[in-house]
Design a protein around this ligand. Structure first.
Ligand code: NAP
Length: 294
């Protein structure tokens, strides 16, 4: 038996179409063009690629794209001033500060300078609190992408046991909240959890966001479970090249799982488009317009 492949690329393409159409309608009906600002500090090659892809996607959708690039040794005050200026700019509806920042900069201070209404990564305490209260408009992009995949491939997850391995602010914590809001029975695991394989074997939905290549083994998976692999790990391909693998031993796991996301082409494919969805939602919310549903 081989589990269903959860095709994040195809789901992302469908969402992209809907966002493009809604963006065009918004422009025609209200003259409103969603604006996304990206802030990149330093020249980390991976961050440069991430930011470039986000800008390209925003532009392709017809958004305004504003880019701020600052040197790695930028002073904290200069960065905070730039973030505050973007927070006050009416044409900018979403602000993405690419993390991680160089060590001398205080990420929390940067998040505090960000208008929560424009926090399209949903990392500010305000947006984390709104998520907890069930009132969030802006939801963390990768967890939101995971929920869309679950909706498409599983449907109603009410009453199901979900295990989230990893408790980061970026993924694990918001993912657990969204699963809970969808009425799953949620367990969160982390590096101090005891007997992870036993916890995993109970899960109807297993979500791995650990950052360790092929850490989750096939014999941890309940037969027929849905496996969502969030991990992106670059490993040696043996021929002097590297390849991407997830946090789940995919080749073995797909024989046990009912459905499983590949890496690449699974969860990762959804993240950028969910960022665009957030920018569109932020633009509507900031202009008192009804929020589009996708
Ligand atoms: P992170 O901040 O490093 O968090 C990793 C989590 O894994 C922590 O909560 C840690 O527990 C837990 N962990 C580490 N070792 C463990 C072990 N042996 N057993 C159980 N739990 C363990 O990472 P992150 O930002 O959430 O990212 C996780 C992975 O997802 C990375 O590969 C990242 O690249 C990927 N990611 C992908 C996307 C996407 O767009 N697809 C988005 C975000 C992240 P403690 O809290 O106890 O240390």
């Amino acid at each position: 038996m081989t589990g269903t492949l959860i095709d994040g690329k195809a789901s992302a393409a469908r969402l992209r179409e809907k966002i493009a159409a809604t963006t065009a309608d918004l422009k025609a009906a209200h003259g409103l063009v969603p604006g996304l600002a990206t802030v990149l500090v330093g020249s980390d090659p991976a961050s440069q690629v991430y930011v470039k892809n986000k800008r390209k996607t925003a532009e392709a959708l017809g958004f305004n794209s504003v880019h701020v690039e600052l040197p790695a040794d930028v002073a904290q005050d200069v960065l905070l001033d730039r973030v505050r200026a973007l927070s006050n700019d009416k044409d900018v509806h979403g602000i993405l500060v690419q993390l991680p920042l160089p060590k001398h900069l205080d990420e929390n201070a940067v998040l505090d300078a960000l208008d929560p209404a424009k926090d399209v990564d949903a990392l500010t305490p305000t947006n984390a609190g709104l998520l907890l209260s069930g009132r969030a408009i802006l939801k963390s992009c990768t967890p939101a992408g995971v929920m869309l995949l679950l909706k498409e491939y599983v449907g109603d997850i009410s009453g199901m046991e979900a295990l989230v391995i990893g408790r980061s602010l970026l993924f694990g914590k918001p993912a657990a909240q969204l699963l809970l809001a969808a009425n799953a029975t949620v367990t969160m695991a982390h590096s101090r959890s005891r007997d992870l394989p036993a916890l995993a074997r109970r899960a109807d939905i297993l979500v791995a966001a650990i950052g360790k290549p092929e850490f989750v083994k096939a014999d941890w998976i309940k037969p027929g479970a849905t496996v969502i692999d969030v991990g992106i790990n670059r490993v040696d391909a043996g021929d002097g090249k590297t390849r991407l693998v997830g946090d789940v031993d995919y080749e073995a796991a797909k024989a046990v799982a009912g459905a499983i996301t590949p890496v690449p082409g699974g969860v990762g494919a959804m993240t950028i488009i969910c960022l665009m969805q957030n920018t569109l939602l932020a633009a509507c919310a900031q202009n008192g317009l009804p929020l589009p549903k996708f």
